[in-house]
Design a protein around this ligand. Structure first.
Ligand code: PLP
Length: 469
């Protein structure tokens, strides 16, 4: 292998890359992180420094970095056989095999898959399916969507419409799809959050009121994640999902479970819907289906929704060249095989209670307000005051996350997410093959960083800095 031209990579990245969701001014006086190699649950940068892949890239590298050769061989075999044929009018064996496999893994009668290239376009496809299906049933007026606050469902204009993050939507307003946002399942910030049943009842009442306000005959679908990522791993209260399902049924609204993160094992089951015991009309997926080895996504559709399309009464007026790319499908089939062979779901299920206990022990740090999550999907909410739950807002959160914690954690060798799209959280979402030794090391790094940050907060450093700025 050629020696790395570290300076050249830095220069060319600065001159030629347009980063996603990145304020590039942060790189004016610091290096762009450039990772060149992965092994197990670790990444290595251009200088050979090692990092724990604590967010699985972006909730993608569920098998870590050691199966690349095996998965790559499956992709190479596929490309040696057939490079490409679309899923428009025609089919190929890898797409057929993967769709068949997904029908076996998905709950209930979710038996048919429309493939996309990623998660945003999976959610767009779900919406278009819902629109055409309702119109076919004599309800063309059903065009609105119910989504949840702070939820992230993607960036293409339809998916962005369902994304409950004002800052992301603002530059592209007005939204392409009229969407009504209801509360998410953030128990920590809800007045009834300490009483699980009352909290659940309040959320369901709010959902029903929103539907009635919008007029049920104008609502096409509700979209939500089994555990909401954005805002920090909001798990559902007991009874929430069956309740949502029942309300959607009562008003003829289709329920879409966005499993772009939750699907393929993140919660210890193939799908979050299975774990929480509800039957969606559609499941959207991406990321984990290939464990990050290739770009692929899709929508798994119930027999009821698929029926008019399958019978030829309706033509789905939507298509993507690279939906069901043969290499992506071959990769996904191999990844599913490895997940089963290595009992990856079992690993997640066994780790969950141990991870919870370890993370709960962080409550001894004065700025840890809440610990929540499931499977290999966790968030720690940071607060100024544990008793009052006062949050760090605006510039303080920015200081804490971006000036204090991000460098300290990276210097200590941990990649994770520091997010203040809702209240500030630190998120950990390790590869599904990670063991408890790695997680213990992760939690140790987090503990030291949070303790140091807590000392700075107690000394008023953030307030001084943010006032000075
Ligand atoms: C829940 C959820 N839905 C949709 C998306 C969009 O997926 P993609 O980035 O592949 O378009 C994401 C991406 O992070 C996501 O987390």
């Amino acid at each position: 292998m050629l020696p790395l031209d570290t300076a050249g990579l830095q220069r060319d990245a600065r001159e030629h890359l347009l980063f996603h969701f990145t304020d590039q001014s942060v790189y004016a006086d610091r290096e762009i992180p450039i990772y060149t190699r992965g092994e197990g649950c670790h990444l290595y940068d251009t200088r050979g420094r090692r990092y724990i892949d604590g967010l699985s890239g972006l909730f993608c590298t569920n098998l870590g970095h050691s199966y690349g050769a095996e998965v790559g061989a499956a992709a190479a075999a596929q490309l040696g056989e057939l490079v490409f044929t679309p899923n428009w009018y025609v089919a190929h064996p890898a797409a057929i095999a993967l769709a068949t496999r997904l029908a076996e893994l998905a709950p209930g009668d979710l038996n048919r898959t429309f493939f996309t290239s990623g998660g945003s376009d999976a959610n767009e496809a779900a919406y278009k399916l819902a629109r055409q299906w309702h119109a076919h049933n004599g309800e063309p007026g059903r065009h609105k969507v119910i989504s949840r606050r702070v939820a992230y469902h993607g960036t293409s204009l339809g998916a962005l419409s369902f994304t409950g993050l004002g800052g992301m939507r603002a530059p592209f307003a007005p939204a392409a799809v009229p969407t009504h946002f209801v509360s998410n399942t953030n128990a920590y910030r809800h007045p009834l959050g300490d009483d699980e049943d009352a909290f659940c009842a309040a959320l369901l009442t709010e959902l029903e009121e929103a539907i009635l306000f919008e007029l049920p005959e104008t609502v096409a679908m509700m979209i939500a994640e089994p555990v909401q990522n954005s805002g920090g791993c909001f798990t559902p209260p007991r009874g929430y999902w069956p309740g949502v399902r029942e309300i959607c049924d009562r008003y003829g609204i289709l329920l879409v479970s966005d499993e772009v993160i939750c699907g393929f094992g993140r919660l210890g089951a193939w799908f979050g819907a299975t774990r929480y015991g509800f039957q969606p009309d559609m499941i959207t997926f991406a990321k984990g289906v290939t464990a990050g080895h290739a770009a692929l996504g899709g929508v798994i559709v119930s027999d009821r929704i698929a029926a008019p399309f399958a019978a030829g009464e309706l033509t789905f007026m939507h298509g993507l060249t690279f939906g069901a790319h043969p290499a992506g499908c071959a990769v996904a089939l191999k990844v599913i095989e490895i997940i089963e062979r290595e009992d990856v779901l079992g690993n997640v299920r066994r780790n969950e209670p141990l991870m919870r206990d370890m993370l709960e022990s962080l409550r001894e740090v004065p700025i840890v307000g809440d610990v929540r999550g499931a499977g290999h999907f966790w968030a720690i909410e940071l607060v100024k005051d544990q008793a009052t739950r006062e949050t760090f807002d605006g510039a303080e959160a920015d200081w804490l996350l971006r000036q204090v914690l991000s460098e300290e954690l990276a210097d200590a060798g941990l990649l994770c997410r520091l997010d203040d799209r809702g209240d500030p959280v630190l998120q950990l979402s390790p590869p599904l093959v990670a063991d408890m030794e790695l997680f213990a090391e992760t939690v140790d790094i987090v503990r030291v960083a949070l303790r140091n940050a807590a000392k700075l907060v107690a000394a008023g450093a953030g307030a001084v800095l943010t006032t000075a700025a």
